[in-house]
Design a protein around this ligand. Sequence first.
Ligand code: ATP
Ligand code: MG
Ligand code: MG
Ligand code: MG
Length: 471
Amino acid sequence: MKVADIREKFLEFFASKGHTIVPSSSLVPGNDPTLLFTNSGMVQFKDVFTGKDKRPYTRATSSQRSVRAGGKHNDLENVGYTARHHTFFEMLGNFSFGDYFKENAIQYAWELLTKVYGLPAEKLYVTVYQEDDEAYNIWNKQVGVPVERIIRIGDNKGARYASDNFWQMADTGPCGPCTEIFYDHGPDVWGGPPGSAEEDGDRYIEVWNLVFMQFDRSADGVLHPLPKPCVDTGMGLERIAAVLQHVHSNYEIDLFQALIKAAAREITAQGNLVELGNNSLRVIADHIRACSFLVVDGVIPGNEGRGYVLRRIIRRAIRHGYKLGCRKPFFNAMVRDLVAEMGEAYPELAKAAAQVQSILKAEEERFFETIENGMAILDSALGALPAGGTLDGETAFKLHDTYGFPLDLTADVCREREMSVDEAAFDEAMGKQKQQARAAGKFKMDADLAYSGVATEFKGYDALELSNAKI
Ligand code: ATP
Ligand code: MG
Ligand code: MG
Ligand code: MG
């Protein structure tokens, strides 16, 4: 089943259960100034859940374009390192606004996975929140999942991809337990079941998260039952596609294979040989989606806020192309391949294609002017370090300031060579430069402001970042 069919089947299934099909909203959230990017299907319905907004329906379904490359959810550092994380992905979801609750939500999910998509039940594992006996019993008694495949999970266990089965919108407000569905890709892939020490691996892949909003948390931390509990679910389209196409990695699905081939075509056009399994091709294929859709939704590469996240992703893609031997723009040419893959589902992409390509091209041309000299400096600095060494902050700052290397790009190169970068010293060098500029009376206000935005951006984010962003 191709990605397009999987998406359609999902929406059709929930439409047949009385859900209204709602189009994906923009990656730039229209109703939430604290959020960097739309990172899940529920974002466009946030006010519906809290009751501030009313819709003519109580059941909805969508395939939401989502980006997790900054802010609270940031998977940028996972791309190229796991088989299942993207910066841009589509989240399939069904939503109940005070309509059905746990029982239907679980039964719908099971019916879709086992009957419509035809997955073998014994490959599916589920987690429930520690205290959620209700969900546990529905899975066990009504659906018939044996206790060996139901795992109770607490909150904030602290693992790298901690299975946190209690969801909350913020410190106060709607919240509740989740139940997640995992698929076992089999013993050929490293990893353990959720909640185990090996859960970081790619063997047991989380495909679907069902969130049960049943409480309202007040400022004193007390949970008050909501009069009309809601359901919010999210399933990664690329992950379920990998399962249905019998491949272990998202990058092996039809859509990604097409983009990987496109990247390889551009690399070889510059006279370089590359194997289709090359990891850099995967990263480039991931990044062309995020970058193109961000431009479609009005984000322009820049030095602050969302524009800087976009610039960072573009430059990371270019750096991977550079690693494969490219010395001139290649990335923007992939826009037409992306349109071929996703233009039908996203007419806005097809419509904006020419503009997207020219914006990416301009950014590429700009970075190709400095990347060669920058990489030479970085290569020689890393070459002088012992194994496992740490790049000094001065060099990282010089690369940033003079050669346009975002800190995370430099850090990524270091990571590839099993080294690291002294981020505190980088911040210090940046602070020193700003002080000197001030002392000299050179108030390059715009650039300065932009760079202070950059400095805070790496640490942790949303609110600060957006206070600097031009939205
Ligand atoms: P993970 O634990 O694998 O990082 P998550 O728990 O952060 O996933 P949720 O916030 O529960 O993910 O999002 C709902 C679903 O969206 C996930 O079950 C998964 O299928 C998909 N998903 C989440 N993050 C990504 C990503 N970066 N790339 C692709 N799909 C994703
Ligand atoms: Mg995650
Ligand atoms: Mg998870
Ligand atoms: Mg989850």
